[in-house]
Design a protein around this ligand. Structure first.
Ligand code: SF4
Length: 447
């Protein structure tokens, strides 16, 4: 059986300068490879493939799309690419899909040719589904899957997904051509978060946080340095610093083994700990991201962020003093945002003065409380990396323009389109960037 795991192409394709290896796709393929070593990975985004996979097909095929699973790599339009691939397929093929959107939005995928949807965490379901792909009786015994039989939708027993990320294998990067990706290597060491932000899919999709132990993380770092001469690694965990002991162990091992590499990671202010961040800096961490999202305490409460503005200021000041390059993110059009909220947000941004700013318009992502409460605004769709406001309100638009103007006066380089990154290779230390697109990792990280 020919088995292909596909990272669908975005529309437009992700800009070459910021494209990262699709780690969640590779994780699924690595699990499959243990039993089916013939598995192949097709990254249609980085290879800029059109939606015709016929030349990769054999007499009998299983194609697994991994779309919007752990990494937010995709635009909403990539869904249309998936449907086109299915439409163009000329050989007998069973189509499986894994990810958040298909979990919540299954009807649309079944109607467009997907044979089996694996709901929720798929790591422990993908092999049983492949093993029993042609036996409906056995398929019907696997929990958390959806398929069609005689034009009727069959949903098997629903059980809570188990987040066992700590036991996941190291993704086999040899399944793709690593030359196609940005130089800064990516790693994921944990999944889930202790937060409950209403706009974020992580707590609702993955449940309890689970992370790999320090020894496993070290093995992967050493492999990346040996095999790919890696000098910079960005950890793309939802929130890497949930378990202080794990991070302290990791830092001790990095120092003991004298590993020479620079690191960056995404963290939540709720898990901030000065001693941990200091230890991390001393082990080579140079870049941290904190999702702050608003300067308005009213909006922070609505988002379930529950963060105190004075604490945010203290944390950002301390990490900057430790020497980190700091990124913060803000959502500019959260429902009920007023002109005054945006003015407070602007004041906070200017006071925090982060090196990098990721400015968002809210992505209404299926499965989140904010999506369920605002189906009228989100229009039943999922938006990822939307660079247009969802709320059509002149006051908001004017205030966003004021924020942009203030940032430019304050020496921020403004990035509004992914192609803007083509202008930058690397920049002097402390260069300030404000972006409406995903940010290029590894810029201005210095020893
Ligand atoms: S802190 Fe970050 S990862 Fe955690 S729930 Fe909130 S937005 Fe999601």
């Amino acid at each position: 059986m020919n088995i292909i795991v596909i990272n669908p192409g975005n529309k437009p394709y992700t800009n070459k300068t910021i494209v990262a290896e699709p780690l969640d796709v590779l994780m699924i393929a690595t699990i499959i490879e243990k039993k089916y070593p013939q598995v192949k990975v097709l990254d249609m985004d980085s290879n800029r493939l059109n939606n015709d996979i016929n030349k990769y097909l054999e007499e009998k095929n299983i194609v697994i799309f991994v779309y919007d699973y752990q990494l937010p790599l995709h635009t909403s339009n990539a869904i249309e690419n998936i449907f086109e691939v299915i439409k163009n397929t000329q050989k007998p093929t069973k189509f499986i899909i894994i990810g958040k959107t298909s979990t919540y939005y299954y009807q649309k995928f079944l109607d467009n040719g997907i044979d089996i949807i694996i709901k929720g965490i798929a790591d422990d379901k993908v092999l049983p589904v492949i093993d029993n792909i042609n036996c409906e009786e056995e398929l019907s015994k696997i929990p958390n899957i959806i398929y069609k039989k005689d034009n009727k939708i069959i949903k098997t027993t629903s059980v809570p997904s188990k987040n066992l990320f700590s036991t996941m294998p190291i993704p086999n990067r040899k399944l793709v051509s690593m030359d196609n990706y940005m130089d800064t290597r990516t790693m994921i060491t944990s999944r889930g978060c202790i937060g409950t932000c209403k706009f974020c899919t992580t707590p609702y999709f993955y449940g309890k946080w689970s992370g790999k132990p320090a020894e496993e993380i070290i093995k992967e770092i050493e492999m990346l340095i040996k095999e790919y001469h890696t000098k910079k690694i960005i950890f793309l965990d939802d929130n890497m610093i949930v378990d202080k002991e794990r991070i302290m162990n990791l830092c001790r091992e990095i120092k003991r083994k004298k590993i020479k590499c620079l690191f960056g990671c995404l963290c939540s202010i709720k898990c901030y700990d000065y001693e941990m961040l200091k230890e991390m800096y001393e082990s080579g961490f140079r870049w941290v991201h904190f999702g702050i999202e608003s300067g308005s305490e009213r909006l922070l409460k609505l988002m379930h962020k529950d963060m105190d503005i004075s604490y945010i200021k203290k944390v950002i000041k301390e990490v900057k003093e430790l020497g980190y390059r700091v990124r913060t993110s803000f959502i500019l059009d959260y429902p009920t945002t007023t002109k005054e909220d945006l003015q407070t947000t602007k004041d906070l941004i200017l006071e925090l003065n982060p090196h990098e700013l990721r400015l968002h318009y809210l992505a209404y992502r299926v499965g989140t409380p904010i999506y369920n409460e605002n189906k009228d605004i989100s229009n039943g769709s999922q938006y990822i990396h939307s660079n247009k406001p969802n709320i059509k309100n002149n006051e908001i638009t004017t205030e966003v323009n004021n924020i942009i103007e203030s940032l430019q006066k304050d020496n921020y380089h403004l990035i509004t389109e992914e192609t803007d990154w083509n202008k930058y290779t690397d920049l002097p230390k402390n260069t300030k960037i404000a972006a409406f697109t995903p940010i290029k990792y590894g810029m201005c990280w210095y020893e």
